[in-house]
Design a protein around this ligand. Sequence first.
Ligand SMILES: NC(=O)c1ccc[n+]([C@@H]2O[C@H](COP(=O)([O-])OP(=O)(O)OC[C@H]3O[C@@H](n4cnc5c(N)ncnc54)[C@H](OP(=O)(O)O)[C@@H]3O)[C@@H](O)[C@H]2O)c1
Length: 353
Amino acid sequence: MSNRLPTLAIVGATGAVGTVMLDILSKRENVWGEIRLIASPRSAGKVLRVRGEDVVVQALAPEVFDGVDVAMFDVPDEVSKEWAPIAAARGAVAVDNSGAFRLDPDVPLVVPEVNADQVRNRPRGIISNPNCTTLSMIVAIGALHRTYGVKELVVSSYQAASGAGQEGIDVLRDQMAKAGGDRSLGDTKGDMREAVDELGPFPAPLAYNVVPWAGSLKDDGWSSEELKVRNESRKILGLEDLRVSATCVRVPVITTHSLVVHATFDREVTADAARELLGGAEGVEVLDDPAKGEFPTPNDVVGTDPTWVGRIRQSLDDPKSLDLFLCGDNLRKGAALNTAQIAEVVAKEFTQA
Ligand SMILES: NC(=O)c1ccc[n+]([C@@H]2O[C@H](COP(=O)([O-])OP(=O)(O)OC[C@H]3O[C@@H](n4cnc5c(N)ncnc54)[C@H](OP(=O)(O)O)[C@@H]3O)[C@@H](O)[C@H]2O)c1
């Protein structure tokens, strides 16, 4: 039994997810001793605030992990791929937010409300955090699964620009500023392409548009993001044959992913029963009264922690299927919050017998 508070390193502290992480850690119960902030050499020497203190950002190097108990990685895939094993070799438990290890059979993929028991099953010393689109639905789907047994998910996402990092946020804001005051735009084919300066991480203008694409091209026309929803849902729920079909779409929202899910279960489930179950589920909020205009929207959900669920309906064609609308802040539960929750489960190992 040790009473020492563990040391935490946040790699990628200056990014979109890292910035939210600093805010979250400043507001949650403090379970950490020292917190080290790490980023690329570009950011070394910058001063950021966490828990009300100024902390100088250090450049990523092997020595920054000396004495670190838990290292969070909020960096691009290739950086995690190289550096999470280095952190683990130096004795830290790495909690990785990137896609580098999510499907590695020796790395657990954890959502604490669904499969917290997997945290200790980490032969490589690395724990993975699911991608933001999967995370925006899986807490609610996991709660329904425990009672009704999920068989199939048909998912359509409405994803925010910040899912593509700080660059995605900046490009959407620039495009909106450029196009916002021009009332001539939006009526003529392709006019938005001419009006915006750059597309950034998106394949088409995002301002005043809907773009049916997220990620990179994989076999048979599927996008990497769509395959992530399928493969990660299967791994988190422990259902390797779960039928999952996803279409991922980017919309001009800064932060908060929305998803429409058609879920089919082993047993019949009414909308009222689903509403009651979800209303009592950890990490889920139900907002579902269309007669009063009450349902979740990204604008109301952004900055909050839970997965919000509304528009709960039993399928008209199949009493074992539900249609749901879900919203989750992709930078909080979809990334930083889930990572913080995983790290807190690990932190208990240092302070409990
Ligand atoms: N955005 C989301 O909704 C979301 C959700 C779930 C998971 N994720 C994943 O989380 C990770 C971070 O995403 P993000 O959206 O926060 O990206 P971001 O805004 O582009 O931030 C990237 C961070 O990584 C750092 N970095 C980049 N290259 C580095 C290097 N060679 N060495 C050390 N640090 C380096 C950057 O530091 P500098 O500032 O010094 O360049 C910055 O702190 C990605 O793997 C992403 O896929 C994102």
